[in-house]
Design a protein around this ligand. Structure first.
Ligand code: NAP
Length: 486
């Protein structure tokens, strides 16, 4: 990766000297620079929007037959899979995640292109009966230029999650990656080019959120925004979108509950629960970071989970350890401040030690943690830590479990672990979250069904056919056709 400056891509033009200078991306395991990237300012934002507008308004994309567009999307999926190893390794170096998670990202990105590529020629409208001499039908049209603002935790997968349905709908897109993880966004653009996607449909503006991100979100040439990130930034982006009255989809944070009943098969369930808060060092929007456990098994579950987190391996992502580093040293300090708070609000039980190898002395490693004895009203139980910490809270009966689970500012996902089908189904109905997982917690390549939040976790839906709605507008055509007079 060394020596290459990741460019800004505006249609055919690649710009390596951005007007906001050059940024560095660091390996979270070592703290060393692995890549440099051009940071966009007003000039590059204008160029990217112009390229996207031209591609949308005048380019070949909307003139093609839907099945032709679908073939190109599926080809993007194939190119991504053909580069699986290379992209995954770059993602590990840039984001710190264990190699297996990076493979998952690449596989999932390809699945989005297969899924939406296969649907491009099936985006039917409806016919509405109005009675004799009238015909009425709806047509789904692309919304235009769609801006994708991406966080650093799953950059490659999250770009594909939004861009694949946007392109399927007929839009042109601009991608604004996080400054911590610019590397695989460029690989994504190259894959689109190699697959033959017409120029200008996918544009890339790296740069600071407060500069390039804000300029893009306010730009009058942008017609829609898909934002994935934190609540405070999402609120700023909504204000920017309101400045020119465009819609946005908001995929924000979470503090998701996993509800564990005493009748669950603990040998099967506890590793699932642990995976729910340890994956990518807890830097997952839908991490299950509140464990609500039936009081009769609370102490046993805490002891077993403590043993589990004490035995996992921690190391650089490329060695595919149980857990890699956090994204950067600043975030590690934030997580450690939460650990201090946890010790005051309850009891902090730490797990495995961070690596002692001198090569990783500057790495953003942190130990996994359980927090017990802190109530659901504590900050540790309410705020998104974005680190490998699980707050364990006892409950007494299903009503109590639902009450505690729903008493959260967030509502992204929820898990229920029980062998009682009645409890599972009635909790599934009552939990206020966008996805409910029963006897599992995230299955893997789940691109087929919708994902999105209730409450502060956001609005709009990604994944599944539902995601297409963000990138389409519905036109109604109504004809009055009385029988001509004889
Ligand atoms: P973040 O700080 O909110 O940043 C997200 C993106 O917004 C980055 O590209 C950032 O650029 C950009 N940005 C910052 N200020 C901006 C502004 N004023 N205008 C426009 N864009 C701006 O979030 P993060 O720390 O990267 O990611 C962690 C958060 O993402 C967590 O809360 C997590 O739950 C959430 N998340 C949600 C989902 C979901 O699907 N619900 C998925 C993944 C992550 P810079 O990097 O340059 O600041």
């Amino acid at each position: 990766m060394a020596n290459e400056i990741i460019p800004i891509v505006c249609g055919e033009e690649t710009i390596t000297e951005g007007s906001d200078g050059v940024g560095q991306s660091l390996d979270p395991a070592t703290g060393k620079t692995i890549a440099e990237f051009a940071r966009g300012g007003e000039r590059e934002v204008d160029l990217a929007v112009k390229a996207a507008r031209t591609a949308f308004d005048e380019g070949p994309w909307r003139k093609m037959r839907p099945f032709e567009r679908g073939r190109i999307l599926m080809k993007i999926g194939e190119v991504i899979m053909s580069r699986r190893e290379e992209i995954a390794r770059k993602e590990v170096a840039d984001s710190g995640k264990p190699l297996r998670d990076a493979y998952w990202e690449v596989d999932c990105a390809a699945r989005f292109f297969e899924f939406y590529g296969g649907h491009v020629d099936k985006m039917h409208g409806s016919s509405i009966p109005l009675g004799p001499d009238w015909s009425d039908w709806t047509v789904k049209e692309p919304i235009g230029v769609s801006l994708h603002i991406i966080p650093w935790n799953y950059p490659f997968q999250l770009i594909a999650r939004g861009v694949a349905p946007a392109l399927a709908a007929g839009c042109a897109v601009i991608i604004k990656p996080a400054t911590d993880t610019p590397v695989t966004a460029w690989e994504f653009v190259k894959a689109c080019q190699e697959a033959g996607l017409p120029s200008g449909l996918v544009n890339l503006v790296n740069g600071r959120g407060s500069v390039a991100g804000d300029l893009l979100a306010r730009h009058r040439g942008v017609d829609q925004i898909t934002f994935t990130g934190s609540v405070p930034t999402g609120e700023r982006v909504m204000v920017a979108a309101a400045s020119h009255a465009i819609p946005c989809a908001m995929e924000l944070g979470g503090k998701s509950p996993q509800i564990l009943f005493a009748d669950a098969d603990m040998d099967k369930v506890l590793p699932v629960i642990a995976g729910g808060f340890l994956t990518h060092c807890g830097q997952v929007c839908n991490a299950g970071t509140r464990l609500l456990v039936e009081r009769s098994v609370h102490d046993e579950v805490v002891a077993r989970l403590h043993r589990h987190i004490s035995e996992i391996t921690i190391g650089p992502g490329i060695e595919d350890p149980g857990m890699g580093p956090l994204i950067n040293a600043g975030h590690r300090d934030e997580v450690e401040r939460y650990y201090e708070l946890a010790g005051k609000e309850g009891e902090l039980l730490l797990g495995a030690e961070t690596p002692s190898d001198a090569r990783y002395a500057e790495g953003a490693f942190v130990r996994p943690a359980l927090v017990v004895g802190a109530g659901n009203e504590s900050r540790i139980a309410r705020e998104e830590i974005f680190g490998p910490a699980l707050t364990v809270i006892p409950f007494d009966g299903p009503e109590d479990a639902v009450r505690i689970a729903n008493d959260s500012p967030f509502g992204l996902v929820a898990g229920v672990h029980t062998t009682n089908i009645n409890a599972a189904l009635s909790l599934g109905e009552r939990l206020r979250a966008g996805q409910i997982w029963i006897n599992s917690f995230a299955v893997g390549l789940d691109v087929e069904f919708p994902f999105g939040g209730y409450k502060l976790s956001g609005f709009g839906r990604e994944k599944g056919l539902e995601a297409l709605a963000s990138y389409q507008q519905l036109k109604n055509i109504c004809i009055h056709h009385p029988m001509p007079a004889a």
